[in-house]
Design a protein around this ligand. Structure first.
Ligand code: ZN
Length: 258
């Protein structure tokens, strides 16, 4: 079954002289069933290692048979990446208003509970998944169309989230300023920690603070808990989201390492 790769661009901002700042999107798929994986890198503009990870993934995946679909979004914050002070990249905050570039994603707990109340005991997991993904995308798009109150970070976050919210597995690739390698994992996925070969793990609760991983798993975690309470049986939706912190920022090395 042939693997197909398509590359497109979305414009996420303009610079001061009017040029569009584009983000590349790679879609890798075949006709074979499987999960949809979404991976983005460099939402904090100085955290460049994830771009190398995606470069290697594109090269490797086009030689493999893909089951499902993979969406790769490298260098997803060209605004943050291009703001320099001397040799330093001011990549973590929007310098206009100080907003963290990774705190503007969308989550509305009340609407999740409202949705949970519409589910019947006869609805299949797949039907619930499909309807809930459609509702989430619709809400993000409505939010994007609000003419007032959205800063650049939130606009960028919502644009990226409109892709990420359709996936089953979301990886947000980061680095720390000076950091060991570690990973943020929601508590309900603690058993997956060993999959990532990271020396340090931070388990996080069902609490939304604006980041992409939280925006990706909090809705499903909340939905699952409410349905389990209502119907007295477990509801698992197989949605996973992680933030990988791959070491210190502003260091890039194209050599593949074991
Ligand atoms: Zn970061």
């Amino acid at each position: 079954m042939p693997t197909t790769i398509t590359k497109s661009h979305i414009s996420v901002a303009q610079n001061a002289s009017g040029r569009h700042l584009n983000v590349p999107i790679y879609e890798i798929s075949s006709q074979l069933d499987g999960p949809h994986v979404y991976i983005q890198s460099s939402i904090h503009g100085s955290e460049v290692q994830g771009n190398v990870v995606i470069y290697h993934l594109v090269r490797a995946l086009k030689e493999l048979t893909i089951h499902g679909k993979i969406t790769l979004v490298p260098n997803c914050n060209p605004v943050g990446t291009n703001i320099k002070a001397g040799e330093y990249t001011l990549g973590r905050f929007d310098p206009v208003n100080g907003t963290n570039w990774n705190r503007g994603y969308y989550y509305d707990e009340e609407s999740v509970i409202d949705f949970a109340d519409t589910v019947t005991a006869q609805d299949s997991i797949e039907d619930i998944r499909r309807a809930f993904k459609a509702q989430t995308l619709s809400q993000i798009q409505q939010k994007q169309q609000q003419p007032w109150g959205l800063g650049l970070a939130q606009q960028l976050n919502l644009t990226l989230q409109s892709f990420a919210c359709q996936a089953d597995i979301v990886l947000d690739l980061h680095n720390g300023p000076v950091s060991s390698r570690h990973i943020y994992i929601p508590e309900y996925l603690a058993h997956q920690a060993a999959q990532f070969s990271m020396p340090h793990v931070i388990l996080i609760p069902n609490h939304f603070a604006g980041a992409l991983d939280e925006a990706s798993f909090c809705p499903w975690w909340t939905l699952s808990e409410h349905l389990t309470t209502r119907f007295g049986r477990p509801y698992g939706f197989n949605i996973e989201a992680y933030t990988l912190e791959m070491g210190s920022q502003e260091i890039i090395d194209l050599l593949m390492r074991n």
